[in-house]
Write a protein that binds this ligand. Structure first.
Ligand SMILES: CC(C)(COP(=O)(O)OP(=O)(O)OC[C@H]1O[C@@H](n2cnc3c(N)ncnc32)[C@H](O)[C@@H]1OP(=O)(O)O)[C@@H](O)C(=O)NCCC(=O)NCCS
Length: 329
């Protein structure tokens, strides 16, 4: 945590935090790396990728691991992602991960940043422990705190009711979701269009997939690397809310392999929703403590940066000569 705190104070991108949650199997270690491809060593990056592949292999229950996005282990790709992993404290065995991706979408003269709720896996032996809520919830909440509580757009591409329901229940203004009040605003439409046009590789969707803009459904989606994730309706993990399951069953053609593209907002409201959702025991206290520290430091960091004299100007040029100047008479 100390590294993460000093990185926040100094305005660096190197953000890594971790905490332990007590559990009957000796405790769960939750660790989060923001943009690891931009700053971690080759060894650490290789270990992160290997952990994700171990979890994905177990999660695939004998089917090949889908090789796309974060699972490819490409440094440049991992520099645009935020990884959160859960492992058993006692043995170090990795049991779950999520790999969020950052999409920069040009919008007039501005750039809108969308946090994509990327690949999510929990090994079969540890499913139904509410680790999905913990992974998506804690990582987006800590990103919200790190961004000074400024809200951001989120997206999710999935055919799995458990993941679709998680997005619908946790975030705000999510479209589509099974609620008569849910509507597609102009912003939802523009972001959805831009994501499908420019970011297909991030969620393993090939060029041949179609897109139904009004309903935000990607048709024939399992063609660009995610093929092995395609599920039948019967095998797709369901959500506790029957309305979510019914929405997925009626909107998506599981034979063809459709995905729903959900767009929503992550704001301070998600804090309330996250803590009301089912989380592993003691996780809320740990997450709340990290969130508090990050917010406090976010407030104090401009003062700290002002007090610590910088070595470089805003364009990265050194402010001090490296050698003493020689005075020539
Ligand atoms: C999808 C996946 C991550 C869900 O893992 P999980 O451990 O079951 O997730 P959780 O325990 O957090 O449960 C998620 C939701 O599933 C449903 N669920 C979980 N356990 C359940 C149970 N015993 N009975 C009914 N519903 C249950 C709930 O709706 C739950 O949400 P809630 O706790 O807010 O009600 C897991 O099945 C997996 O790794 N699948 C393979 C990879 C994949 O398809 N990923 C998704 C697409 S990227």
């Amino acid at each position: 945590m100390t590294g993460a705190l000093s990185a926040l104070v100094l305005g660096q991108d190197r953000f890594h935090t971790g905490f332990t949650i007590p559990s009957s199997d000796g405790g769960l270690l939750v660790e989060m790396w923001d943009r690891p491809g931009a700053w971690v060593s080759d060894e650490v990056l290789a270990a992160l990728v290997s952990n994700m592949r171990i979890v994905a292999k177990a999660g695939q229950r004998g089917k090949p691991v889908p090789l796309y996005g974060a699972l490819l282990g490409d440094r440049a790709d991992l520099a645009r992602r935020c990884l959160t992993q859960v492992s058993l404290k006692r043995t170090g065995e990795p049991i779950a991960f999520c790999a969020l991706a950052y999409f920069d979408i040009p919008f007039g003269v501005r750039m809108v940043s969308v946090v994509h709720l990327g690949l999510l896996y929990v090994t079969p032996d540890h499913q139904h422990r509410h680790l999905s809520n913990l992974l998506y919830g804690a990582s987006t909440l800590l990103l919200l705190m790190k961004g000074g509580l400024r809200g951001f757009w989120i997206s999710n591409v999935s055919q799995v009711p458990a993941a679709v329901g998680l997005t619908a229940h946790h975030y705000q203004d999510v479209y589509p979701r099974p609620d008569p009040r849910a509507r597609q605003s102009f912003m939802h439409l523009l972001l959805a269009r831009a994501i499908v046009q420019n970011h297909r590789p991030a969620f393993g969707v090939g060029a041949e997939a179609g897109f139904d803009e009004a309903r935000q459904i990607i048709t024939n989606a399992y063609t660009g690397g995610s093929d092995e994730l395609k599920k039948t309706w019967e095998s797709a993990p369901k959500h506790r809310d029957p309305a979510i399951n019914e929405m997925c069953r009626t909107m998506l053609d599981y034979e063809r392999g459709d995905d729903v593209l959900q767009i929503g907002r992550c704001s301070i409201m998600v804090v309330w929703r996250l803590f009301r959702s089912k989380l592993p025991k003691s996780a809320p206290v740990q997450i709340a403590w990290r969130a508090f520290l990050i917010v406090v430091l976010g407030v104090l960091s401009p003062l700290a940066r002002w007090l610590v004299a910088p070595d470089h100007d805003v364009r990265g040029r050194p402010l001090h000569a490296s050698d003493d100047l020689e005075v020539v008479r």
